[in-house]
Ligand binder design. Sequence first.
Ligand code: FUB
Ligand code: ZN
Length: 659
Amino acid sequence: MQQPKIKVTDAFWQQYRHLVKDVMIPYQWSVINDDATVEIEQENANSYKATEKSHAIQNLKIAAGRESGDFYGFWFQDSDVYKWLEAVAYALRYQPDQQLQQIADDLVDLISQAQEPDGYLDTFFQLQAPQEKFQHISFGHELYCMGHYIEAGIAYFETTGNTLALTIATKMADCINTHFGPQPDKLHGYPGHPEVELALAKLADTTNDQRYRDLAAYLINQRGQQSPNFFAEQNAKNKNKQLDLPFPDQTDPADRYFQNDRPIRELDHAEGHAVRMTYLLTGMAHVARQTQDDDLLATCQRLWRDIVDKQMYVTGGIGATVAGEAFTYDYDLPNDTMYCETCASCAMVFFAKQMLANEPDGDYADVMERELYNGTISGMSLDAQHFFYVNPLEVDPQASAQDPTKSHVKVQRPAWFGCACCPPNLARLIASVDQYIYTIKDDTIYSNQFIANHADFGDGLQINQSGNYPWSGQISYQVSVESALTFAFALRIPAWSQENFTVKLNGHPVNGTLKRGYLFLNQTWSGTTTIEVDLDLSVRTVRADQHVTADLGKIAVQRGPVVYCAEETDNGKNLAWLSLPVQPDFQVHSANQGLAVPNLKTITTNATKLVTSSNQTSTALYTSDTAPRSRQNQQVTLIPYFAWANRQAGEMRVWLDQD
Ligand code: FUB
Ligand code: ZN
């Protein structure tokens, strides 16, 4: 059995994947080439600087000597280009396109020309501060950018066989290996923004070159080891230099923001910048497997539990505060000031995938599913040309406009950002969603996601999964083998359906107990076997742990993996005045409320809403009136959270009051 070749046939994901291939990729290409007329928004009132264009490709052209000029834009936006290239690599697998491949081949040539002979590539430092390479590791992002290229180079090589794409990646890794490592003449540091660790681990798998695995392990293990801290030491050296850098050398760099206040294995709480933390964990989980490091795996398990049990929103969003785009403390999950960066939700999918490869456990796949159907794709509009960086669970347009502490909470998705990390991250995630459906371990095929597809596992084994998920809970698998084959097929039963589901094998009910969220069908398979699964898609109300004070007295509505929300467009203003009964009468509708998603289901429920009482005479802000407030019945319409902000701007809420 080998990693399957998968053709996604799923209506839900086909729509997204075609949007990526036909709209997002061309759109993002025109933006990074400055051909599109787009308004670029600042992420929040305090963000680094307003930019009028991306300039990302132009920076590469200047570094390659093809054009003259200065570096412009965010100092790490080479990575926007690399994530775009990675998305193209995946998209070409499901929709070959000669013209697009030619554009991507030319881009690889350009990147190769911009790369220095020793493998170094970071257009910001090359153009703006060539003497300062690797001297500002806390905020410099060189390793982050190169890590993103390494991922793209691997993907593009694997799709097209373009060896130059891979050579650029190995040259980069060699360059990093020359500069970083335990030897006395090397830098004993690690990236301010983890990313390269996960990329080097992938490169070790692709090339079978263990130096890359060792380097990834070094960068992980070195984190937070040194006293004085590596960043502090480096920054102290820079103190008297006259530098013109757009970012500060952190004065107190040994802090939780960077996850380097102590050796990484000592962490028991996910802390600091959420994308940094989860990219790091993704790399750690991969390296733990490669090096059979149980202690490192235990760290990943511990931090997974902390995030999922105490710091994750019901939408899968992570990062409770805009200050440092960071985790805060357990159960601190404010709904209207949170961060929930799109990249952080993508990173949780990457982390979950690595954990599943380490130890199949339905919880990893459940969280992956939560992210895939909620907190990731909420980051893009249904026209695929507008994007959220921050994914709130509660929005009031007036607050976003007038409360300076909520300037990051956008009411509608902007066309692009100065710091545009999220849009291409989503593109590469959606284009590679096929990689999240199955894992294979010890002669067992684990079915993690209900994404209809045709999978060829080699050895004459094919599995055809069909269904209309997430709108229907009926999924069917046709397992076909050319000659009899013994293996286990482990079917994830999502936690939300574990009390009510059926599985039939060739029409006969299967009654097995679940092991870590999976139902194991272990047998010798011959001919074609049909497995039919029926999950419980009744509408559910969800409440948060009582320590989450932001959600006390409130419920969220979920159907299958999809979290729902109320929007002003359907329900009028003052969503805070709504209250759902203890046992709402939910109705599921095929009316899509003007949202262009095939088969989309909306939900209505009975509810009440506060009204201004006719005998309320006082206009005082505070009164001693103790009479119950007046309420009137109102039907409430709920739409999937991922589809919010695709109509008129207005209020939105995931958590609603309950009587
Ligand atoms: O620093 C690079 C990227 O920009 C991070 O991953 C995002 O959180 C944003 O800060
Ligand atoms: Zn981002």
